[in-house]
Design a protein around this ligand. Structure first.
Ligand code: TYM
Length: 312
């Protein structure tokens, strides 16, 4: 069994990414599992090249400092030749009808209208299929919003295998056990997200402890806001939200406890990531080794796919 999970550096990785995903990746990773920084995915909407590069590096440093073994992590753009080639073959395996049924594209293109969005946003599920199929992943842990994309990867793997020859493992979406769902501190009706413009309610993983303190102190304390603070505290302490709800005399005390817990929870990862970022040569080494590993794991599948599809 091989699992693959990605994180898109569309902004600074935030507390929800950590409590909902990264922390578990570091704890449960089994041999053969892969984690990657999906920087090519961040190009599907407007972005700044320099910022993207630095966010990809930062995210890589965070994954490694969080405890994910270095030999299981890579940056997607380091494999752009491989992934790009496979994406083309898979785009020529995918029908327009199939791609058009992706609900995430419909949602994301609604505000701008389809005429104004990038073709890459439309074909992004095929790129995701290439990420998965290149590595021979058999399981893809995703939330409900991404399950349809894994279904597409399944359909493309099957079609390729029956049309041109058996190359790809047919992946399956798996739903990881419920992890914390973290909401925005300033607007607790929406989930905490790295791409939110106003960072007042978003705790970035490398935020200075003083900044974390300020953001939590200013957190909204309506019903949703308090529930969110309790959920964060529960995720950090391993206690239940019910148990915690009765433990604090008022919101000030609760916020103090949340601040302490979050700062302590993030400290080792944050210090490790900052140390790696301050030592670019070491981070380069980690990145290059990851790229080598991922390329080696995928190269025979890519070569076979290109050969069978008549593209080499
Ligand atoms: P991304 O970068 O949106 O999210 C990375 C992980 O963080 C989790 N997460 C949260 N969990 C709890 N609370 C929150 N507020 C919160 N925000 C984010 C997400 O559930 C996720 O686990 N498309 C994917 C990456 C991807 C991929 C792939 C995954 C690209 N290619 C191939 C698997 C296989 C993404 O953008 O994740």
């Amino acid at each position: 069994m091989t699992r693959i999970s990605g994180i898109t550096p569309s902004g600074h990785a935030q507390l929800g990414n950590y409590l909902g995903a990264i922390r578990r990746w570091a704890a449960d990773g089994a041999d053969g599992d892969l984690y990657f920084v999906s920087d090519l995915h961040a190009m599907t909407t407007a972005y700044h090249p320099q910022r993207l590069r630095s966010l990809a590096r930062e995210t890589l440093a965070i994954l490694v400092a969080a405890g994910i073994p270095q030999d299981r992590v890579f940056v997607q753009s380091d494999l752009i030749r491989e992934i790009g080639a496979l994406t083309w073959v898979l785009e020529c395996t995918c029908t327009y009808g199939e791609a058009s049924r992706m609900t995430q594209f419909k949602e994301k293109s609604r505000s701008k209208g389809v005429q104004g969005v990038r073709v890459g946003l439309f074909t992004y599920p095929v790129l995701m299929a290439a990420d998965i199929l290149l590595q021979g992943a058999t399981e893809v842990p995703v939330g409900a919003d991404q399950a349809q994309h894994v279904e597409l990867a399944r359909a493309l793997a099957r079609r390729f295998n029956t049309t041109y020859g058996d190359v790809f493992a047919v992946p399956e979406a798996v739903t990881p056990p419920a992890a914390a769902r973290v909401r925005d501190l300033a607007k607790p009706t929406r989930k905490m997200s790295k791409s939110t413009r106003d960072s007042a309610g978003v705790v970035a993983l490398l935020d200075d402890p003083d900044v974390v303190r300020r953001k939590i102190r200013r957190a909204v304390t309506d019903e949703d806001g308090v529930a969110n603070l309790l959920e964060i505290l529960a995720a950090c302490t391993g206690k239940s939200t019910d148990e915690l709800a009765s433990a604090y005399a008022g919101n000030e005390a609760l916020k103090e406890a949340v601040t302490e817990a979050v700062v302590e929870q993030l400290r080792p990862m944050r210090e490790g990531a900052l140390a790696l970022l301050a030592d670019p040569a070491s981070l380069d080494q980690v990145q290059a080794a990851g790229a080598d590993m991922a390329r080696r794991r995928g190269e025979h599948r890519l070569a076979a796919a290109l050969r069978m599809a008549g593209a080499s």
